[in-house]
Ligand binder design. Structure first.
Ligand code: ATP
Ligand code: MG
Length: 744
């Protein structure tokens, strides 16, 4: 077979090649980070296509993000020479789910043009249902119930299938009834939520074996990336789709013929060609219902499955891999795996650990590192900042806007794209530039002032007819009888406000004016009165916005700056630093990675410790492992000694994960320029001169398995982590669950 291997096979190591060429039968690729699992999947698809084993439309391939799906498509195109005409079934579980559901919507009681509700819509709807039941929605928050529904759907459970205890725990036993009412309401609205995108197809397949058989016949090859993070519903969905069409005939008696245990053996027709790749150490969505057991069970689910292990990491330097391997070894209950990389290069940098006084300094220092790297010719595209919680992003974004350093936020909105920031900016724009109709329309009725569509249309038409700005039109109109009394007085207040603010523009310090505008317009109060979980974060963002204006001479100067930065960034091709949560960084890789905020309470996150205990901590550690293993060459970890959470300064202690990094691979950065004030740091690793010191330092931490001569080979065992006192964070940032957006 090896006579003249096609180009795309060259360069693969023997195990990778085996995984690519074992096209028939069930196959599990179980391997650590950066060993080429995703590359194997991509090459495998190219192989199947170029051997003509299936048409593109007969391959079902599941990636974890839409971005990953796009990249995979491109890569396959390159491998097979651009001849792939579409891969209609390559996407995330959800994007494939939508496609299936649109085809068979009527079987779920929907029309094919159904809408998909986002989380805000879902919560609003549930709130209505809770109120309609005569329940107090403060006692029984809609968000809580939305989470419960999400949890049930992750398990594939409909209203009649949820456990009795669960059903009883919400709203005095009305859980089941509310869930049912919610589903009914969705049907009436011709809508579904994200969970339904999997649950509806599962139900359709079960109720209509003929339809299922059609898909079983269609999908000759099934491939799944990041298999360790599939939840129960996804698992059920896969199991259904992975049935062979001829199974139905064979069901009585004989089991599916195994692959004879031998890789490369010609399989019987009834063998499922499913290939899943994953890494149990990178299972980071347990909090959202992912079941790492799915990967452990693969061989049982698919008898005769071949298992391929990849052990060579192609991504990271020996120092990075050594640090990551050592850290993850603190988890118990892992599958045994070996991971090695090329011999360490003496020029390779160790993992840098830096201390900063607070998050502002952290952002400034990271900005400096990035600018320095840029000056040396490194592309911004190759750098990433991975945060534990999305609130951490703001400080970096602010800093980068100030520096004029391009960045992009992956998996969520950028700071200046956030709803509350856009609203606030719209106010400022109208004050600075009265003819900005887009901005005016955005906020004329935000907060709600009783200006209905009709009144706004009137202003709009009046302005159009005379070719004047809407604000001027509004000023004219409120002096006439044309508007109804209520909208007229509301609009008059808007006009008067803007007139006053404009008159103050040149005489009042702009940050003061900005604050005044947000207060007097009622915009700040709008969020103060909002009880949603996002509201505190939005208020914080508004404060942050004002703070960042301090660095500019005038309101106009600030607006201009933001406009320029925003505009420049519209360009996808632009060289820009990547900012994202650790959760959305899965599967990605960058030359240089910055990991800020390694402090107890933030990382590991307090909430996961509180809710998950030991397994919560272990999931946090896997997240740290994911973060470390994203880096190819340079890795910088930061921790600060003071952090402001929800407006309150908290003194923090370094993350226990820092202590779990092996000394041989780590370099503690000297406290340079402004990082003074960090007492004990540097003398004995991560200690600081405070009462936590003793509880923190781990005596005799491991010096083993470092500096092996040619290769860093670590056989992962288990060890227990240090026991550390920690400081609680108030309410966890909403970004705790980040990653969700990008997943769907
Ligand atoms: P993760 O667990 O983080 O998802 P992975 O196992 O999917 O990682 P890949 O992303 O497929 O790993 O590969 C990691 C890097 O190593 C990529 O840059 C890939 O191109 C490279 N790589 C993989 N296999 C080889 C190989 N045989 N030769 C050279 N480079 C390789
Ligand atoms: Mg991968």
């Amino acid at each position: 077979k090896a006579r003249s291997a096609p180009n795309y096979l060259q360069g693969l190591n023997p195990e990778q090649r085996l995984a690519v060429e074992t096209t028939e039968g069930p196959l599990l690729v179980l391997a650590g980070a950066g060993t080429g699992k995703t590359r194997v999947l991509t090459t495998r698809i190219a192989h199947i296509l170029s051997l003509g084993l299936a048409y593109p439309s007969q391959i079902l391939a599941v990636t974890f993000t839409n971005k990953a799906a796009r990249e995979m498509k491109e890569r396959i195109g390159v491998l097979v020479g651009g001849a792939v005409e579409g891969m209609p079934w390559l996407g995330t579980f959800h994007s494939i789910g939508v496609k299936l559901l649109r085809r068979h919507a009527e079987l779920a009681g929907l029309k094919s043009d159904f809408t998909i509700l986002d989380t805000d819509d879902v919560i609003r709807l549930i709130k209505q249902l809770i109120q309609a039941e005569g329940l107090d929605d403060k006692r029984w928050p809609a968000r809580t119930f939305a989470n419960m529904i999400d949890g049930w759907k992750n398990k594939g459970l409909g209203p009649s299938e949820i456990p009795e205890g669960d059903a009883r725990s919400f709203a005095n036993g009305k859980g089941r009834q509310l869930y049912q009412a919610y589903q009914d309401r969705l049907k009436t609205l011709n809508a579904c939520d994200f969970g339904d995108l999997l649950c509806h197809p599962i139900r359709i397949f079960r109720a209509h074996p003929d339809i299922l058989r059609e898909y079983n016949a269609r999908f000759k090859y099934i491939l799944v990336d990041e298999y360790q993070d599939t939840n129960t519903a996804q698992y059920m969905w896969l199991r259904l789709l992975a049935q062979r069409p001829d199974n139905s005939r064979r069901q009585s008696g004989s089991p599916i013929s195994p692959l004879a245990g031998e890789i490369g053996a010609k399989p019987g027709r009834s063998t499922v060609n499913i290939c899943c790749v994953g890494d149990d150490d990178q299972s980071i969505y347990g909090w959202r219902g992912a079941e790492v057991d799915n990967i452990l069970r693969f061989e049982k689910d698919f008898p005769g499955a071949a298992v391929v292990r990849l052990e060579r990491n192609y991504r990271s330097t020996a120092h990075i891999l050594g640090a990551a391997s050592h850290l993850i070894a603190h988890n118990e209950g892992r599958l045994g795996k070996t991971l090695f990389t090329e011999a360490p290069n003496p020029d390779d940098d160790r993992v840098h650990v830096h201390a900063a006084w607070d998050s502002e300094e952290e952002a400034r220092a990271v900005g400096e590192e990035i600018e320095q790297a840029q000056r040396k010719g490194h592309a911004l595209n190759n750098m990433a900042i991975l945060v534990r919680a999305s609130f951490q992003m703001r400080e970096f974004e602010d800093r980068f806007v100030t520096l004029g350093l391009n960045y992009r936020v992956i998996g969520g909105p950028r700071f200046y794209e956030r709803l509350e920031i856009r609203d606030a900016m719209a106010y400022f724009r109208v004050v600075a530039q009265g003819a900005d109709d887009l901005a005016f329309e955005r906020i004329v009725n935000t907060p709600k002032r009783g200006l209905g569509e009709a009144a706004i249309r009137q202003v709009h038409d009046y302005a159009r007819a005379r070719d004047i700005p809407m604000l001027a039109a509004a000023a004219d109109l409120v002096a006439t009888e044309e508007l109804k009394p209520k909208p007229r007085s509301a609009l008059k207040e808007v006009v008067d406000n803007f007139t006053r603010w404009q008159s103050l523009l040149d005489s009042t310090p702009h940050t003061e004016l900005a604050e005044m505008i947000l207060d007097e317009s009622g915009y700040t109060a709008m969020w103060q009165n909002d009880r949603s979980a996002e509201a505190p974060g939005r208020l914080e963002n508004l404060k942050e916005l004002i703070r960042s204006m301090e660095e500019y001479e005038s309101l106009r100067g600030f607006l201009e700056h933001v406009a320029l930065v925003m505009d420049a960034e519209q360009n996808e091709e632009l060289d820009a630093v990547n900012i994202m949560t650790l959760h959305s960084a899965k599967g990605l890789e960058f030359e240089t990675v910055f990991l800020p905020g390694w402090e107890e309470g933030l990382f590991p996150h307090q909430r996961s410790l509180d809710e998950g205990g030991r397994s919560g901590l272990e999931e946090e550690r896997r997240l740290a492992y994911v973060g470390l293993t994203r880096a190819k060459k340079n890795l910088h970890i930061w921790f600060v000694s003071n952090r402001r959470i929800h407006g309150l300064w908290q003194s923090t202690i370094p993350s226990r994960f820092l202590e779990e990094l092996p000394e041989a691979h780590v370099e503690v950065a000297e406290t340079g320029n402004s990082y003074g004030g960090y007492g004990g740091y540097g003398q004995s690793r991560f200690d600081r001169a405070d009462p936590f010191q003793n509880s923190y330092s781990t005596p005799g931490w491991q010096r083993a398995q470092q500096n092996r001569s040619e290769a860093t080979r670590s056989n992962w065992g288990s060890r227990s982590g240090a026991n550390v006192e920690r400081i609680g964070y108030g309410e966890a940032d909403s970004g705790f669950g980040a990653g969700r957006g990008s997943v769907k």
